[in-house]
Ligand binder design. Structure first.
Ligand SMILES: [Zn+2]
Length: 189
């Protein structure tokens, strides 16, 4: 590795051992990704070049005003909480309690493409996780995916398994109760 590869392509600071992200054309340091959306996954970073990442940061900057104007009228609480702004037709999903401080992504209900609830298994056990995913049409955030159960690995048919399915359905109901939204339930994946 030469020196060029050991510095962040955005700020030029040396990379630390952990917490860097690889993008198309180099590495970003831990500090530079702090402002990025928590919904970005490693594959999303890999798809971005430096220009695309700068655009993402512009989007995150513009989100500061949106989260400031966000008014929650309804929420469904869990490890991740769903917040709905029914007047502006916006929603936020975040595991942090202070969504303004966190600059949580404010997304449009109208931009939702598909919602799915599915179970994810483990290779060496029968345990499962309940997952909730929202696919967005266009915009900076393509996909929101998260584990509904607080701790990984639920025993099928157990109390926590049932509780997590109910919570996932509560999220779905809250979305469906908004005008003009109707989602088909997708089983498995
Ligand atoms: Zn940096």
């Amino acid at each position: 590795m030469d020196n060029m590869e050991k510095v962040c392509v955005l700020c030029g600071e040396p990379l630390s051992r952990y917490g860097n992200k690889k993008i198309n054309g180099g590495m970003l340091c831990r500090n530079c990704i702090k402002a990025a959306s928590p919904w970005l996954e490693d594959e999303d970073y890999l798809k971005m070049d430096l220009e695309a990442f700068k655009k993402h940061l512009d989007y995150r900057n513009a989100n500061l005003e949106k989260i400031d104007a966000f008014h929650c009228d309804k929420k469904v609480e869990g490890k991740y909480t769903l917040y709905l702004d029914e007047e502006n037709k916006d929603f936020v999903i975040s595991k942090r309690k202070d969504i303004k401080k966190e600059n949580a992504d404010v997304l449009k209900l109208d931009d939702i493409g598909e919602i799915s609830i599915y179970e994810e298994g483990y290779p060496d056990s029968d345990d499962v996780d309940i997952c909730f995913a929202v696919k967005m049409n266009g915009g900076q955030i393509e996909d929101i995916r998260f584990r509904v159960n607080e701790f990984p690995g639920l025993e099928k048919g157990g109390k926590d398994h049932e509780k997590s399915i109910k919570l996932a359905m509560d999220y779905l109901d809250a979305f469906e109760n908004e005008d003009g939204l109707d989602f088909e339930q997708v089983e498995g994946e």
